[in-house]
Design a protein around this ligand. Structure first.
Ligand code: PLP
Length: 409
């Protein structure tokens, strides 16, 4: 296969990639923040609002039944995407952040009490720290942290000392959003399960790059956001083993999550509806379904190889720049490159390369504890998606040469 032609063809499916920035072609290298959207997904959302728009699960009329069918169809598509055993283990949420808040609140209320421990890692996104910290403040539990080594890999040799009788849950990211490290989550899950400790995997960064199989991982919870894997903003997934969802109390109250309401007593709906209060983001679920169908038709092997080439080429080209330091050099990495350039502030670098049409992320990437452990306030992050090209890596590196000139280094 001619990969250059193949990627060029894929690019035609993403209208935002045609944007010009200050008259220059956009090089969109901020995919870890959010990915661009395929036209098929945009069409599916427009079609829903144009032809079907109705509330789900509530009406007996034609449009409501059509909307319900499409919404539940999206759930089944998601079940297939992550290989969940049952579709009722798939809860629609607003995104990764809401999914983690749901688990921390509901699981926490049921299972976590004073003196218990929650194990996180040094590289977690704030979305996988703050909800647990809030739970600790409410319950009197404490956080235990798995450290990260200089390469940006988890230091797992001490797990036996970190897990204890008091550990109630482990929450760990599948792929680091600022370093790109792919964590050995299967190994962590198996170690935790030896002690009957449940594990939540934050898959926000993983869904766009690796095949997710929750049954193979045997994780207890898996969370992700559609917008980071070519789907719409405003919708995400909480996967949880049925045994946990059955024991956990509802997260929010309202329509759809009840069977019966009296002022004396409320009977909850069955799964998954017990955890979906109020009108869901129906159009976005349907759009996500369309995006998943679009992705399913792509050549995943070729794309994985292409993303690997982009990563290696980017590292090789960046090495040409004097005073550049990489953060995150793990052996097993997703196409995410983080670096600092001498003592130039990452925001200055981001602002300058923006003038050359290059979109990168700068700052702490919602990883303040990780940045603190490295003794830095932030990095510049280039994160690649399936439609990026070698020319865009060159565009970034050429723009960075200008940063050097401006700062006379
Ligand atoms: N977890 C990780 C690893 C992330 O990268 C992000 C977003 O960058 C989140 C959680 C939060 O995702 P969202 O803002 O879609 O809820």
């Amino acid at each position: 296969m001619d990969i250059i032609k193949y990627i060029d063809k894929i690019r035609q499916d993403f209208p935002a990639l045609k944007t010009k920035v200050f008259g220059k072609p956009l090089a969109y290298l901020d995919n870890a923040a959010t990915t661009q959207k395929p036209q098929l997904m945009l069409d599916a959302i427009e079609d829903y609002y144009s032809a079907i728009n109705a509330n789900v699960h509530r009406g007996v009329h034609f449009l409501s039944e059509s909307a319900t069918e499409a919404y539940e169809g999206a759930r089944q598509r998601l079940q297939q995407f992550i290989n969940a055993k049952h579709s009722n283990e798939c809860i629609f949420v607003r995104g990764t952040t809401e999914a983690i808040n749901l688990v921390a609140t509901s699981f926490g209320q049921q299972f976590v009490k004073q003196g218990d421990e929650i194990v996180l890692t040094q590289m977690e996104h704030h979305s996988n720290i703050v909800p647990w910290k809030l739970l600790c403040e409410r319950s009197g539990a404490e956080l235990r942290i798995i450290p990260v080594n200089n390469n940006g890999e988890l230091e797992l040799s001490n797990l036996d000392a970190i897990f204890s009788e008091r550990t109630k849950i482990v929450a760990v990211t599948h792929i680091s959003n600022s370093l790109g490290t792919i964590n050995p989550v299967k190994e962590i899950i198996s170690k935790a399960h030896e002690r009957n400790i449940p594990v939540l995997i934050d898959g926000a960064q993983a869904a766009a790059h690796i095949k997710i199989d929750v049954q193979d991982l045997d994780c207890d919870f898996y969370v992700l956001s559609a917008h980071k894997c070519y789907g719409p903003m405003g919708v995400g997934l909480l996967y949880a083993k049925q045994k946990w969802l059955e024991q956990m109390p509802p997260y929010q109250g309202g329509g759809d999550m009840i069977l019966q309401v009296t002022f004396e007593k409320i009977t909850y709906n069955s799964l998954p509806f017990k955890f979906e209060a109020g009108t869901p983001s129906v159009a976005d679920a349907i759009g996500w379904h369309a995006a998943l169908d679009y992705l399913a038709h792509l050549d995943h092997k070729a794309i994985a190889q292409h993303e690997k080439v982009l990563l290696e080429y980017c590292v090789q080209r960046l090495q040409e720049l004097p005073h550049l330091k990489f953060w995150g050099t793990a052996k097993n990495k997703a196409p995410i490159v983080s670096f600092t350039l001498d003592d130039i502030h990452p925001h200055d670098i981001g602002t300058i390369v923006n003038e050359y049409g290059v979109a990168v992320r700068t700052g702490h990437h919602c990883n303040m504890p990780l940045m603190d452990s490295f003794g830095i306030t932030g990095t510049v992050r280039a994160s690649f998606g399936l439609y990026n090209t070698i020319q865009e890596v060159d565009q970034l590196c050429d723009a960075l040469q200008n940063v050097h000139k401006i700062f006379r280094r």
